[in-house]
Write a protein that binds this ligand. Structure first.
Ligand code: GUN
Length: 288
């Protein structure tokens, strides 16, 4: 059996087209959805990510303001800048790219963002809303993974979903989103004993650790859906995920490639969150 490919690029293109439509509708009412992207320091990967996010936004009709600050930028000044963006009614979404320089407290910075503009879904108010099943912004990567599962018609109720990784931005929210769809969810992590014995029972596997070849064919039940969130380099410097793609695709029912799987979906869901923020602001305008 060879798995069917879940084409993140194609699904993301559909989502971007919908966002462009919603953006045009707001523009017709004189509202220009605007995303502030804040980058502190010169982390090379972050520079590439923010450029992609800004370009995606612009191509969808959103306005993206990319603000760059030096690595030595004081935290107090960053907090002041975030407060100004919170207070600016023309700004609908605020994204502070992580990681931040070591002298900054990332939690404090994230908590400074107004939850209604937290399009990354990282603020504790949004994390808490997800926990208790209330509306709020969902972190883009797990949100994108859920859209992929929805796209292929994956029925989750009563199925066993195994999430490998417990980060605040992927593993934990992923598990909660799957639970919300009535999956039976297991979260595995670095202290998990006999990972293979657990993954072999999974109908859905989400690998989000950041270690290549973490999931191999022998760990996958025939026909399972395998979502690969990993972003690694192989020995030749080629981009690869956490899943041994060549081996696992011979066993799985569905599989996401890397690149071209979760990555484009994460970027698309940022646009969804941003247009959502702008629509909510338009429905409930606050005095500027
Ligand atoms: N760094 C790595 N991934 C992300 C993300 O999704 N959002 C932000 N703000 N920073 C990141």
């Amino acid at each position: 059996m060879t798995a069917q490919l879940i084409d993140g690029n194609a699904i993301a293109a559909h989502i971007r087209a919908e966002v462009a439509h919603r953006t045009a509708a707001l523009q017709a009412r004189g509202i220009r959805p605007r995303l502030a992207i804040v980058l502190v320091g010169d982390d090379p990967a972050s520079q590439v990510y923010v450029k992609h996010k800004a370009n995606d936004s612009t191509q969808t009709g959103l306005v993206a303001d990319l603000e760059r600050y030096p690595a030595i930028f004081p935290e107090a000044e960053l907090l002041a800048r975030i407060h100004a963006l919170n207070a600016d009614p023309a700004v609908h979404g605020i994204l502070v790219q992580l990681p931040l320089p070591k002298h900054m407290d990332a939690h404090r910075v994230i908590e400074a963002i107004a939850p209604a503009k937290d399009v990354d879904g990282f603020h504790v108010a949004n994390a808490g809303a997800l926990l208790v099943g209330r509306p709020g912004f969902r972190p883009c990567t797990p949100y994108g993974c859920m859209k992929m599962l929805e796209h292929i018609g994956c029925e989750l109720a009563g199925r066993h979903a195994v999430v490998i990784g417990r980060s605040n931005i992927v593993g934990k929210p992923m598990a909660l989103l799957l639970l919300q769809k009535n999956a039976t969810v297991t979260i595995c992590h670095s202290a998990t004993r006999d990972l293979a014995a657990i993954t072999q029972q999974a109908d859905v596997i989400v690998a989000a650790v950041g270690r290549r070849n973490l999931v191999t064919a022998d760990m996958v039940k025939p026909g399972a859906v395998v979502i690969d969130v990993g972003m690694n380099r192989d020995a030749d410097g080629k981009l690869c995920g956490d899943v041994d793609f060549a081996g696992v695709r011979e066993v799985a029912g569905w599989i996401t490639p890397v690149p071209g799987g979760v990555g484009p979906m994460t970027r698309a869901m940022l646009l969804v969150n941003t247009i959502e923020a702008a629509e909510r602001a338009a429905a409930h305008p606050t005095p500027g």
